[in-house]
Write a protein that binds this ligand. Structure first.
Ligand code: SF4
Length: 170
């Protein structure tokens, strides 16, 4: 497990991108569930629309197994502005170069780096394309609530959404 002092560079890399807030979370407290995948498959217009979304993205159980390989993670709250994949990739890169060789980011929403996604590997922007938490079966609501952050169902276009990303460190 990373020592606290080792995590200063990771926290600084996050802070520099000016999120609303962020919190250290135990990867064991990141909730995965099969219903998340079901919601992606039945009811999401983005299903099958890019290489970072189902059916191409990891299943909830694969994600659970991956999360269990980590001991340190950060949940990053971006307020009502979804973070660009390039910003998240920059954070991941900074953290990797600080010595955290397992650094990996989960983004938010479908990947829109190409328009449209060619849906044929290899991905055209492999250094930036990262799957969203929900695309990998993470229950973002429960995970945010466990970390003490707000998230509720958006019920109208006037409602304010909240966006999150997850950074695995170690
Ligand atoms: S970067 Fe392009 S090819 Fe890769 S997942 Fe995103 S949209 Fe698809």
């Amino acid at each position: 497990m990373s020592e606290r002092s080792d995590l200063r560079a990771a926290e600084e890399a996050i802070r520099r991108r000016r999120p609303e807030d962020f919190a250290s979370v135990d990867p064991g407290d990141v909730v995965t569930a099969r219903w998340v995948r079901m919601k992606c498959t039945y009811g999401c217009g983005g299903y099958g629309g890019c290489l970072t979304c189902p059916p191409h993205s990891p299943t909830p159980s694969e994600t659970r197994e991956m999360l269990d390989e980590y001991e340190t993670a950060y949940l990053i709250w971006w307020g009502d502005s979804p973070p660009g994949r390039s910003v998240l990739a920059e954070i991941e890169r900074d953290v990797f170069l600080a010595g955290h060789y397992k650094a990996f980011t989960f983004a938010t929403g479908p990947c829109r780096l190409c328009d449209p996604c060619p849906l044929e590997p290899p991905c055209r922007h492999p250094h930036q394309a990262r799957p969203s938490m929900e695309a990998c079966g993470i229950d973002v609501y429960s995970t945010a609530h466990r970390a003490g952050f707000p998230l509720r169902v958006v019920t109208s276009h006037e409602d304010t959404p909240n966006f999150y990303s997850l950074l695995l460190v170690d």
